[in-house]
Design a binder for this molecule. Sequence first.
Ligand code: SF4
Length: 128
Amino acid sequence: MTERLETICIVCPNGCRLVAERKGNAIEVRGNKCPRGIAYAEAEMTAPTRSFTGTVASVFAEMPVVPVRTAGEVPKDKIKEIAAQTREILLKRAYATGEVAEANICGTGVDLIVTADMRKVVGNTEGV
Ligand code: SF4
């Protein structure tokens, strides 16, 4: 049986329509305008990954929700678990952009980081 995947490459804005077919141990990719499309399609067929973006809660009324994202790509099948874990996080001090809200989120080896400078909204809460 031939395993087949039709997908859109999201590596760049061109958005090439890709068709990937597994033939034995090889994966044949069509529709790509550059080699990165081949790598993307192969990864989609073997171990798809995604970045996660979302929000976490904070204790500050001035900024009750804070944007976060994973510092890198995580396995696609972990996204729901990460979203659920993210809903449990409550930030109790002002984080700077890039600070880790939760290390190794859901055992992925990737950190969940804050993507806004809370200090600009709530002030510096160190020592509070
Ligand atoms: S195959 Fe290459 S050109 Fe096409 S969307 Fe992917 S990265 Fe862009």
